[in-house]
Write a protein that binds this ligand. Sequence first.
Ligand SMILES: [Zn+2]
Ligand SMILES: [Zn+2]
Length: 330
Amino acid sequence: MGLISFTENGLYCSKGDFYIDPWRPVKKAVLTHAHSDHARAGSEKYFAHKDSALVLRARLGENIRLETAGYGEGFSCHGVKVTLYPAGHILGSAQVAVESDGEKWVVSGDYKTAYDGITPAFEPVPCHTFITESTFGLPIYQWKNQDQIMAEIDQWVRSNQALGRYSVLSAYSLGKAQRLVYSLSKFGYPIYAHGAIYNMHEVVRKTWDLPPVHWLKPDTPKDAVQRGIILATGSAIDSPWMKRWSPYALGICSGWMQVRGAQRRRNADAGFVLSDHADWNGLITATLATGASCVYATHGFSAALARYLKEHHGLRTGVVKTAFGEDEED
Ligand SMILES: [Zn+2]
Ligand SMILES: [Zn+2]
């Protein structure tokens, strides 16, 4: 058996007696990041990157037992060394390296290889075995660079303004929202946000220096809102809250927008291919850069990625079923 095994509670290191992103309550949970499919409530003790501490407390409870570290740091447990490295996914996200007796495994968590301007960039970590996410593990998923996407959004907002419509962007509250606020504020747009995004953004701003958003309230002046951009979560868009801001155009920012028909299925007026995950080339480049001879793919199109790495690069590969990727992500 290797350093990490795949159990019904999640990825488990028996030698160090800890789990990584367990989906059931355990004694000791090492977390890659604060998204709800990776960070779940109920464990006795947590370990995570220091920049995700406030978000984790906001989501899992103020009183959780939480130990934190920076990148390149970690802890030791029964002779197993655990170290965190940047994953480039969202603020505070980390890859987890596990090392013992000369054997080294890395769990990627979610990651993206392109730099977004705010999240410390993904860093390949040399290892023997790499457990990689594969949310967008098909060759059709190829991202354009972020500046290009933001320029497309800028054009779209201008045309909405010319037509007298509000511009509403759907984004999840942790990660995508901060990325949009950071990039779109540069165009001079004031950003208005639904309460769920406003609250999360305020928590994140206690750790990171990011532009503020305005809390969009029923009495916010309509002409001001029309000159800006409204950020809302998917569930807010389907609620009565949204009706007040009519007529509006809805744009969805997600890697899934790459596929034809995805935009129409979600009743959007525009789809912007902006993801916090690596695209197909990113997954392959990142995996090969670790030098790992054994790769396990989880989360998404794992079989396709595993087959490609085996056939084209001669790696030993496997597919692991996990409970990740069920929720707020893309
Ligand atoms: Zn995530
Ligand atoms: Zn995930």
